[in-house]
Write a protein that binds this ligand. Structure first.
Ligand code: PEP
Ligand code: MN
Length: 384
């Protein structure tokens, strides 16, 4: 527009429209802020309600209440320009987002994510500190087979340097129902007697709630196997059993699922839980499972619970045990589980993957247990 000349009608209309647009946009900006502030206020109230419900053990989601709120909105307001469909959509989005923040707050309240869950020195399994400065070896045969077998192995394990816990299964979760299923109660007795004779703490698997009492009576630590990681009734029951728990990752479980399974145990008042990476199932067939070493530092970012690695079941072979053990310790594992047998050639289960005693001595001789642990674990407690 040339200076000094009056704007023509066309320009005046444009100017008017522009200033009206600016005013309307200012109004929209203000409404956005008011809406946001109302939504945030609503969010804070939602969280307060959720906390009250959680304290009573009630779930945050209430479908009936949600429908009631929607109906009253649809009945009350003049539904213009937004009609019932839009109003429903807008409020559904608010309800969904409200559930999301409840979930987030709920997770913050979970024990498994508490940084102070485990003392700096770890916690005791009988007299063995797990999750402290020194890695712990969980050693023993796949299964309890005979008193002589367990005694020979227990005697060997007791003579090794460092921290160790005797492992062996009495109740065996075998894939094939016609293979050795374990010596059951008799196996527990054999295991307990050998462990006592050699002053060892012992971990053994519990398969179901029906046999939990007898297993807990004989074991210093209860193992939940990979196949039972999702067995929520068993998790709740071991949470109440008063014994430390070794919780294995299911071979198709995400790390989040493993952490939530641990929460089931912790929620029962039992904080002495060790997580165990034992390989996941992939397309790879050269190892029995695929060892997911990233699980160790990733879990330690989320939880203070100790994390160990079961090399025998992950690899299903002995020839690469040494480098994988060093790698597991280097990423910060709090311990290793390795199957050891006095006569692997005669073992009733997993013979192919078990070290004989001489092989294990050579393996351990070449492993600098403390030195191999290059990285300092990440989270609170022992991981501080
Ligand atoms: C075991 O440790 O004896 C065992 C059966 O392992 P997993 O549950 O990891 O297969
Ligand atoms: Mn085994």
């Amino acid at each position: 527009m040339a200076s000094g000349r009056r704007p023509d009608r066309h320009s005046r209309r444009r100017l008017h429209t522009e200033s009206r647009l600016t005013a309307l946009r200012t109004e929209i900006d203000l409404l956005n802020e008011q809406l946001l502030s109302s939504i945030q206020k609503r969010g804070r109230i939602v969280l307060e309600i959720a906390a009250l419900k959680r304290a009573q053990g009630i779930d945050g989601y209430d479908a009936k209440r949600e429908e009631e709120m929607l109906q009253s909105l649809l009945n009350s307001a003049a539904l213009e320009p937004f009609g019932p469909a839009e109003v429903r959509e807008i409020f559904k989005a608010i309800f969904r987002a409200s559930l999301d923040i409840q979930d987030r707050e709920g997770r913050k309240a979970m024990r498994v994510f508490r940084p102070d869950l485990v003392p700096e020195s770890g916690f005791l399994v009988r007299d063995v500190p797990v999750g402290g400065k020194e890695p712990v070896l969980f050693l023993g045969p796949c299964s309890v087979e005979t008193p002589e077998q367990i005694d020979a192995i227990a005697s060997f394990v007791a003579g090794l340097p460092g921290l160790k816990i005797l492992r062996a299964g009495a109740f065996k979760p075998r894939t094939n129902p016609y293979t050795f299923q374990g010596l059951r109660e008799e196996g527990l007795r054999i295991l307990r007697e050998a462990a006592d004779r050699h002053g060892l703490a012992v971990v053994t698997e519990v398969l179901d709630t029906a046999t939990l009492d007898v297993v807990a009576e004989h074991a210093d630590m209860l193992q939940i196997g990979a196949r039972n990681m999702y067995n929520t009734e068993l998790l709740k029951a071991v949470g109440r059993a008063g014994k430390p728990v070794l919780l294995k990752r299911a071979f198709m479980a995400t790390l989040d699922e493993l952490l939530l399974s641990a929460e089931y145990i912790l929620a029962g008042g039992n904080d002495r839980v060790v997580l165990c990476e034992r390989g996941i199932r992939t397309f790879e067939r050269t190892t029995r499972f695929t060892l997911d070493l990233s699980a160790v530092p990733l879990l330690q970012q989320e939880t203070a619970l100790p994390v160990i690695v079961d090399l025998s079941h992950a690899l299903g072979r002995k020839d690469i045990m040494a480098p994988c053990a060093r790698a597991a310790l280097a990423v910060g594992a709090d311990g290793l589980m390795i199957e050891v047998h006095n006569r692997p050639d005669q073992a009733l289960s997993d013979g192919f993957q078990q070290f004989d005693l001489k092989e294990f001595s050579a393996f351990l001789g070449n492993l600098d247990l403390r030195g191999a642990r290059l990285s300092e674990p990440i989270m609170g407690g022992s991981h501080g």
